[in-house]
Design a protein around this ligand. Structure first.
Ligand SMILES: [Zn+2]
Ligand SMILES: [Zn+2]
Length: 77
């Protein structure tokens, strides 16, 4: 029989609850960086050149090039 150390179970007062908060990751401005894609490109899921007033795609297709403004634009009232 092997000698196994038996560690008595001691009730440890739970002073700290839960694991420590994870370290903050360096903010990646992914969301912040607004992808400038016109509506047409978004709809067609193509890469928008982001040219104004018309992106390359819209120029080529002759479609209306509309860039959406900030989201809060719609929140009126
Ligand atoms: Zn576009
Ligand atoms: Zn466009």
């Amino acid at each position: 029989m092997a000698h196994q150390k038996r560690i008595p179970k001691v009730a440890i007062p739970k002073l700290d609850r839960g694991p420590p908060p994870p370290p903050k990751k360096p903010a990646q401005n992914r969301e912040d960086r607004v992808t400038r894609a016109c509506k047409t490109c978004r709809k067609r899921k193509v890469k928008c050149s982001g040219d104004v007033p018309r992106c390359a795609n819209c120029q080529a297709t002759g479609l209306n090039c509309v860039y959406e403004q900030a989201r809060r634009d719609r929140l009126k009232e």
